[in-house]
Write a protein that binds this ligand. Structure first.
Ligand SMILES: O=P(O)(O)OC[C@H]1O[C@H](OP(=O)(O)OP(=O)(O)O)[C@H](O)[C@@H]1O
Ligand SMILES: Nc1nc2[nH]cnc2c(=O)[nH]1
Length: 183
């Protein structure tokens, strides 16, 4: 289990984005290409690890949460909400600020309301800036967060809530090392 993910991570090139050691991987970048078997492996591991009791929406962030969210949504039959990086101006849209280790911007949440029970999933958590922004946006709607899971964790970000991680990695200037898995 997770052999494909571990293998792809250990083969990931690392580049500099400013001072940040940015690894490049099919799951986090869609580059060089995304194998269906890898997506299935991750979808199965998430289904096994997440609390899906009475969950009625999956929340992901564009861009690199989308393919994981689609796979997970098709496996669980739970609808998918994509948090976007541009506004739609619809009634009830929630805007929050997102900061990562190498970028800043705004996120816009639509489609979640008070009374919803949601899970948040994403490709990677590094500084935790994206997950903190998503948690804060969902908090504004009054919806309940049942669980949060990322495929890859790097570092020890505090997102103020429990976070499930399929694999934990360390990233140096030249390579990615897998240091733990959820299994
Ligand atoms: O823990 P953090 O430091 O917030 O980093 C994690 C986020 O970084 C990436 O998103 P990014 O905003 O780079 O956009 P992308 O998904 O469009 O590549 C990734 O998809 C995560 O959402
Ligand atoms: N692809 C990729 N996405 C990230 N998001 C946050 N950190 C990283 C990283 O090192 N690589």
């Amino acid at each position: 289990m997770l052999e494909r993910l571990i293998h792809s991570l250990e083969a990931s090139p690392v580049m500099k984005r400013g001072e940040y050691n940015y690894f490049i991987n099919p799951i986090t970048d869609g580059v060089p290409l995304l194998e269906p078997a890898l997506l299935r492996e991750i979808g199965c591991a998430m289904v096994r690890n997440l609390d899906l009791n009475d969950v009625d929406k999956i929340v992901v962030c564009e861009a690199m949460g989308i393919h994981i969210g689609v796979a997970f949504s098709m496996m669980t039959d739970i609808p998918l909400v994509v948090v976007r990086k541009r506004p739609y101006g619809l009634p009830g849209e929630v805007a929050v600020h997102q900061a990562t280790g190498y970028s800043k911007g705004e996120l816009y949440l639509n489609g979640v309301a008070a009374g919803d029970r949601v899970v948040i999933i994403d490709d990677v958590c590094s500084t935790g800036g994206t997950l903190r922004a998503l948690i804060s946006a969902i908090g504004v709607t009054g919806a309940e967060i049942a669980d949060i899971c990322v495929v890859i964790g790097r570092g020890d970000a505090d997102i103020g809530r429990p976070l499930k991680t399929l694999v934990k990695i360390e990233v140096s200037e030249t390579q990615v090392r897998v240091v733990d898995t959820c299994l």
